[in-house]
Design a protein. Structure first.
Length: 148
């Protein structure tokens, strides 16, 4: 079992440029994958509707290869993000959590794509909807691995 990494706010914010770049890549790769899937489905529907027309084999092979390449790159990017210790919560929404300790209990520093920094945290069980603003009390009582 993987031991979680705990971040201070400063450590998590220092990682934002790297993880934001990977997150944007994930969003683009997912779109690439989904577009290939949609086009393959359209071709299959046209074949079924026309009663078995000659399939455009080269296009199908190309789309399948494109879809597979996007999927493999997507997996690598997800692994890249998770290897940092932060957690990808929702790629489509652009949500990342950074585990931290607050009063000795694991909570998450929460960041959403488009935010300029990490301004919120939440309890593990509360999720995104339970986000709370980071205030001076939180800052004084949270710690990461380097604070142990």
């Amino acid at each position: 079992m993987l031991v979680p990494r705990y971040f201070t706010l400063i450590e998590a914010e220092a990682m934002l440029p790297e993880v934001e770049k990977e997150l944007r890549k994930i969003i683009a790769l997912k779109q690439e994958h989904d577009e290939s899937e949609t086009e393959l489905n359209r071709i299959n529907q046209r074949i079924q509707i026309s009663g078995g027309m000659m399939p455009p084999r080269d296009k199908i092979v190309s789309l399948r290869n494109r879809k597979q390449a996007a999927l493999e790159a997507l997996k690598r990017s997800v692994e890249q993000i998770t290897s940092t210790g932060c957690q990808l919560k929702d790629a489509e929404q652009g949500l990342l959590d950074f585990p931290t300790l607050y009063h000795g209990k694991e909570v998450y520093l929460c960041w959403h794509l488009g935010e300029t920094g990490i301004n919120f945290w939440h309890h593990v069980e509360d999720g995104y909807r339970g986000r709370r603003p980071i205030d001076s009390e939180f800052l004084s009582n949270h710690r990461g691995d380097s604070s142990r």
